[in-house]
Design a protein around this ligand. Sequence first.
Ligand code: UD1
Length: 418
Amino acid sequence: MDKIFIEGQQTLSGSVQISGAKNAVLPIMTAALMAEGRSVVTRVPDLRDTRTMIRLMEIVGATCSFENGKLSIDGSTVNNPEAPYDLVKTMRASFYVLGPLLARFGVVKVSLPGGCAWGPRPVDFHLKGLEKLGAKITLESGYIIAEAKRLQGTKINFEFPSVGATGNIAMAAATAEGTTIIENAAREPEIVQLCEYLNTMGACIRGIGTTRLTIDGVETLHSADIDVIPDRIEAGTFLAAGALLGEITLNGVIPEHLDSVILNFKEVGCNVSTTSNSVTIAQADKIQPVDMTTAVYPGFPTDLQAQWVALMTLAKGSSMITDTVYHDRFSHVPELNRFGANIKVENNTAFVRGVDALVGAPVMSTDIRASASLIVAGLAAKGRTEISRVYHIDRGYEQIEEKFRSLGANIWRKNPIV
Ligand code: UD1
């Protein structure tokens, strides 16, 4: 299995292109299943998760081709509304086929996702929402079976503005009979783009970007093309490295999507400037400790919590980082402590006491964003870091070593068996 090696403390400089957003492209791909016809999606990041979703598209019968960031999905041939355990267990976002395939076929069978490295991650909001739309839901041998001749518009009030449930229900409701209102909807840019895409396909969704979505059901959707928004989480990961190691520019971003993140980097002492489509960050002389609490958009994203903890390990003082979205998401902490960091976790808060330096160490990836925090720490640490289980990184980061190498980092990948 591949490992990533880093010889740390190299100064970073130059610019890097940010890829399309993983969390935007995955639901867009499943939305394309709702139409008969060929949809072309551009700026698609070549990630393990994208490839897994393409496999799932093909299993349900879609015809796909993927080359140079351009993905074509033909939904005309879709004929098998079933997402098997083998795929769902490797990528929970497979659950995004639930709403679209139910809407199109009146029946869908999707493996129930299990827990994951950061807690139980239930899907009850998705299922309750579909039930409210009139679906009959049963559980059979680990699979959710949802059935409905035609879904019926209704009012749904989410207990929490879940990204996945908002996306799934918006897709299902797009072709329901009558109007659906989703209260407490997620407002993440990836959900905004999904709703805008559905509208391009012929859906009628109002209130996009607010907590109240109004969806007037239409008979059918047609295929449509779309260019995926840039990945704000990949961008935030590069900002964390820039804050510690030099001056770098991220191109092809939407700075507005990073507003709360940029604010925090400024508080740390970094110089951050933006243009309409780029962000430049210059290393802080001294990393100031900044407490941070994750929140739903427009708050600080939970997907950057691990990278923030990595940054704070080198702050001149103590900080508290609380995750209100995923309470158990701290598997990176024991690994970061292997670099000599001083972090303790109590409930959903990491207490970080800044240290003078990190020292490279062998560490292990546990999930996508935890892995990213290990790369940030490894880049800043003295000496060599060896990261194993890097398939987690490949799920969500496109060419991460190449990108960091182009900025001056000494980072490479090796398969120790070859
Ligand atoms: C998505 C992102 C993930 C990100 C997360 C929060 C994708 C593919 N993944 O995950 O990277 O970290 O948003 O921004 O876009 N919840 C329930 N019941 C449900 C659904 C969610 O209790 O049915 C809870 C979760 O346990 C969690 C919170 O709601 O505590 C938020 O989860 P949600 O927004 O649904 O995350 P995902 O869509 O799974």
